[in-house]
Design a protein around this ligand. Structure first.
Ligand code: GAR
Length: 190
């Protein structure tokens, strides 16, 4: 099977990146990570990508006149890879509509809540403050509305009375790492 080229955008640690790379080592997985981009030069995920022989590049927005210029440069650098998908995996910048229009229905994101609940930041803190029994994670298409695109896969996680933001984040992250490869497979097999 010819594997389709995908890119992964990160800002930090890269456990979701790692789970996608691991999955792609299976010959039946439909794609291969060809490029990893980070908006943070010191993201740990960059080293991880390099250890796996994947092309990487990082650009920081502070080195550009504005967000438009920053994104133009990203678009230029990823163009030669002819990416079938861009997977945002802990990428903490909001992509502009102009950027998204270059990759219609080809950008996915993972979010640490059961969307449409808790869009944006500090999801686990808000779940605990509201005494929710159930939280989870979501892989969805990226559109012009923050965390608002069509949902592809979700996974529930039980909230225990003893959970803190840290323990909850760990439990949710384990599930994130499972569902991201699953979601990619579903999208590429459509
Ligand atoms: C993950 O929990 C992901 O859901 C979250 O950042 C973390 C990245 O972890 N993303 C967002 O909050 C996006 N709004 P990782 O670097 O280990 O994959």
């Amino acid at each position: 099977m010819t594997k389709q080229p995908i890119g992964v955008f990160i800002s930090g640690r890269g456990t979701n990146l790692q789970s996608i790379i691991n999955a792609s080592k299976n010959e039946n997985f439909p794609c291969e990570v060809k490029i990893v981009f980070s908006d943070n030069h010191s993201a740990k995920g960059i080293d991880l990508a390099k250890e796996n022989g994947i092309d990487t590049f990082s650009l920081e927005i502070k080195d550009f006149i504005n967000k438009g210029e920053f994104e133009e440069q990203i678009l230029k650098l990823i163009k030669p890879y002819d990416l079938r998908l861009i997977c945002l995996a802990g990428y903490m910048k909001i992509l502009s509509s102009e950027f998204i229009e270059h990759y219609p229905n080809k950008i996915l994101n993972i979010h640490p809540s059961l969307l449409p609940k808790y869009k944006g930041l500090n999801t686990h803190k808000r779940v605990l403050e509201n005494n929710d029994d159930i939280t989870g994670c979501t892989v969805h298409y990226v559109n012009h509305e923050l965390d608002g695109g069509e949902i592809i896969v979700q996974k529930n996680v039980k909230v225990d009375a003893t959970d803190s933001v840290t323990t909850l984040a760990d439990k949710v992250l384990k599930q994130e790492n499972m569902i991201y490869p699953e979601a990619i497979k579903m999208v590429l097999r459509k």
